[in-house]
Design a protein around this ligand. Structure first.
Ligand code: ZN
Length: 316
């Protein structure tokens, strides 16, 4: 091999080496670029998915917060609505001279207005429990006789029953002595009830009903006078068109009360019952009376301003 040839080969090898190095450099560069690109893409996609996850988490948290706020708002609105309804009920039940109360015609809806006189007593709570059990509302014409049980007036009112005024003393001799004597007694029971539920109700029931003739022994014509006078003062009196028969004595047999208490066929039934001492059999008879009328499609309601007042004829 000539020197010239050796030099050529040497130069050739050198070139080749350079090329390989160049190639290697490029390769390394390319791999570097690919790796960098992968890292960048990976990084971006990681950031994107992280951002997406954050967004989803934030959206979920926001939705949860909104749901909580919505529920709170609904609860508050329901509470305000209930409060307004209660205020309306109290206003409707309050003695307001000049605003009429009661209706002399029955409605067309099959309704039983159970009315309990002469309580509260130890028999009132069991009656409230039975009414709850049958989801029935009723009316209590209360007295001031048995004040140990006076707080049941509020219990009954809070359960949605109507409170009416019967008499403070339930002494015919005392309250039918004169018009003034009657109103003294009525004001007394009105104030007593106001202490319990915050207002004087406009619903009343005369002891013995407006048709009683016992009052004639104490004051001639007093029922004629009172039946007008109470309405002029903003009250309405409620008599009854059905009796449970429990007024005829203490603890009338349960079966007698059930038989009489289920015999009425009016569309609007205003039934006389008692929740005083000695009326334990009324408590026992009550479920059968309620079941009878519920099976016939009657609703059990508390008296309100629009209810049928079931006035009797007046004989004194
Ligand atoms: Zn009575």
């Amino acid at each position: 091999m000539t020197e010239e040839e050796e030099k050529r080969i040497h130069r050739y090898e050198k070139r080749q080496k350079r090329r390989r190095r160049e190639l290697m450099k490029r390769l390394v560069c390319l791999v570097g670029v690919i790796l960098l690109a992968a890292a960048v893409i990976g990084g971006i996609s990681y950031s994107v998915s992280k951002a997406k996850k954050n967004q989803a988490r934030e959206a979920a948290a926001k939705a949860k917060q909104e749901a909580v706020l919505k529920k709170e708002k609904e609860e508050k609105e329901a509470e305000i609505k209930k409060q307004k309804e209660e205020e309306k009920r109290a206003a409707d039940n309050t003695l307001t001279p000049g605003v009429p109360v009661g209706s002399d015609t029955a409605s067309t809806e099959k309704t039983v207005y159970l009315t309990f006189d002469d309580g509260p007593s130890q028999n009132t709570q069991p009656i409230l429990d039975i009414l709850d059990q049958y989801n029935a509302k009723a009316t209590f014409f209360v007295t001031g006789i048995n004040q140990d049980y006076g707080d049941l007036i509020k219990t009954a009112y809070d359960k949605g029953h109507t409170i009416g005024l019967h008499t403070f003393s339930h002494s015919y001799q005392q309250l039918y002595a004169s018009t003034d004597a009657y109103f003294d007694d009525l004001n007394q029971i009105g104030e007593y009830v106001k202490q319990k539920i915050g207002f004087v109700p406009c619903f009343i029931r005369f002891p013995g009903g407006s048709s009683n003739t016992v009052s004639a022994s104490y004051s001639q014509g007093i029922m004629t006078t009172l039946s007008q006078a109470v309405q002029e003062k903003g009250y309405q009196y409620y008599d009854w068109n059905a009796s449970s028969g429990d007024a005829t004595g203490s603890n009338v047999p349960k079966d007698t009360i059930v038989a009489e208490g289920t015999s009425c066929e009016y569309t609007n039934i205003v039934m006389l019952l008692h929740d005083a001492i000695g009326k334990e059999t009324t408590v026992e008879a009550l479920p059968a009376i309620i079941e009878h009328y519920q099976s016939l499609g009657y609703a059990f309601k508390a008296l309100d301003r629009q209810s049928f007042d079931a006035h009797h004829g007046i004989w004194n």
